[in-house]
Ligand binder design. Structure first.
Ligand code: SAM
Length: 464
């Protein structure tokens, strides 16, 4: 791999940069694979045995700065693992998992919090944030690029939580929600030098000019989004770029132009993460170099907002326009849920959505300001007082454990995920969840002479 010489020379005096070791680790061809387990979904027994079940002949070892992150000694075929499709884990680069420490050390995560993940697709940081939040918190997971919102919504659906709203907005749109969020995470679009080992071709596209453009974009994103951070709220900024223009210089800009102060994080020596201070403001930042730890290039910094800044008056809230559900319909829906009284229901365009009851006002606020792609858990459609269950319901962690389910082996699970024809011996009739190692993969309908496969067409595995 030919590293851009302009990048190497720009890093010469950057703290922690070691030219020889950096070049060597890029030439080594070494690749790390890591996953983060979904604690809300995976039964404890399975957590301990994930190696035996999902990853045969692959050793796992913990990512030192993460509670649920693990390195895999080899990259298995995730596509052929039904547990991957069921949302049992997320394949995430290890350095990024440090967001957990940044959040834990900056905020009391046991509180009910409103959190925005601004640049969220495909959903790595969002699924991590969701795992760390209390059940009474809300995560707004936003992606500005329309074509990337689909994969974000899919990954959030697989993660199975009900307290997430996926939006598709430009950062400037969030000005309509002044002082709304307790935490904002900006995992900014960047020049991407930190991921050269994963994508060696990206070295050819790297240029100093692109770094400059990214830096301008990052400044605009932050200026647009900061009014929606509450007084006392926390901003986490991160990139996968080594360039100081996108890292420490942005930290300087945040401190100079906005009412924020730096948060210093404590590090364990054995993590080998490099603490830096920005040139003008001394803002703390944390650099990850692949020659010094098991992870890719990453920069992260945390800030606290001191004063509210200008509060822009909010628009009049639009009432959520919903068709009313009849008491009978509500009672039907409730039979599908573990804790039905914890939810409120919206019937929109013939589809019923369940949202945690305590988030009703927040949903109204967000609806009045943003374009919502997905909120809570889609339960399905009611036809003649019967629920035709939606795929999201099967993958959610709010579904009642007494809903009929059929356990299948790996081969049948994969056949189901390809949307193929499946054969099952079952005494049940009607709707049932297909499960593999206690994890729901989706719906089937058991008819007297056949099984209907309801796995979503657009999600099906295409390879044989
Ligand atoms: N946080 C994601 C994760 O952990 O899976 C990765 C995010 S990626 C580094 C940056 C994201 O910012 C991309 O999804 C990209 O589409 C989005 N983006 C691009 N331009 C943007 C802009 N002007 N404002 C906000 N987001 C932007």
């Amino acid at each position: 791999m030919e590293l851009p010489s302009a990048l190497i020379s720009s890093l010469t005096n950057v703290k922690g940069f070691n030219k020889e070791a950096f070049e060597k680790v890029h030439q080594s061809g070494e690749q790390n694979t890591s996953i983060r387990i979904n604690i809300h979904k995976l039964p404890d027994a399975l957590k301990a045995d994930l190696t035996g079940i999902a990853f045969e002949d692959v050793a796992i070892s913990p990512v030192p700065w993460s509670s649920n992150g693990y390195y895999l000694s080899a990259r298995p075929s995730f596509t052929s693992d039904p547990l991957f499709h069921g949302g049992a884990y997320y394949v995430q680069e290890a350095s990024s998992m440090f967001l957990e420490e940044a959040l834990k050390q900056s905020v009391d995560l046991t509180q009910p919090l409103k959190v925005l993940d601004l640049c969220a697709a495909p959903g790595g940081k969002s699924t991590l944030i969701q795992s760390l939040l209390s059940a009474t918190s809300l995560l707004v997971s936003n992606e500005v690029i329309k074509s990337r919102v689909m994969i974000l919504a899919e990954n959030i659906t697989k993660w199975g939580s009900s307290n997430v709203i996926v939006t598709n907005n430009d950062p400037a749109d969030f000005k309509r929600l002044p002082g709304f969020f307790d935490i904002i995470v900006v995992d900014a679009p960047c020049s991407g030098s930190g991921l050269f080992r994963k994508d060696p071709k990206a070295t050819e596209e790297w240029s100093g000019q692109n770094v400059e453009q990214c830096c301008v974009r990052q400044q605009k994103i932050l200026a647009d989004i900061l009014p929606s951070l509450k007084e006392g709220g926390v901003l986490i900024y991160s990139t996968c770029s080594y360039s100081t223009e996108e890292d420490e210089a942005i930290a300087d800009m945040v401190m100079k132009e906005h009412p924020l102060s730096t948060i210093r994080l404590s590090l364990k020596e054995e993590w080998n993460i490099v603490e830096t201070t920005a040139a003008d403001s001394n803002a703390f930042g944390y650099r990850f170099y692949p020659d010094q730890l098991k992870g890719e290039g990453f920069y992260i910094a945390a800030f606290k907002k001191n004063i509210a800044g200008d509060i822009i008056p909010q628009n009049n809230k639009k009432k959520i326009r919903t068709e009313v559900l009849t008491p009978k319909e509500i009672s039907v829906i409730k039979t599908w849920l573990k804790n039905p009284d914890d939810f409120f229901f919206i019937n929109q365009q013939e589809e019923v959505i369940a949202m945690p009851a305590h988030l009703e006002n927040d949903l109204t606020d967000i609806r009045s300001a943003l374009y919502i792609k997905k909120a809570g858990v889609k339960m399905g459609t009611i036809i003649r007082n019967e629920l035709i269950p939606a795929h999201e319901l099967a993958l959610s962690s709010i579904i009642h454990h007494r809903i009929p389910s059929v356990k299948v082996d790996k081969a049948t699970a994969l056949q189901y995920l390809r949307r193929g024809e499946i054969k099952i011996d079952s005494h049940n009739k009607g709707w049932a969840m297909l499960t593999h190692h206690h994890l729901a993969l989706g719906w089937i309908k058991i008819l007297p002479n056949r099984i209907n496969n309801y796995y979503p067409k657009e999600w099906r595995i295409l390879n044989k």
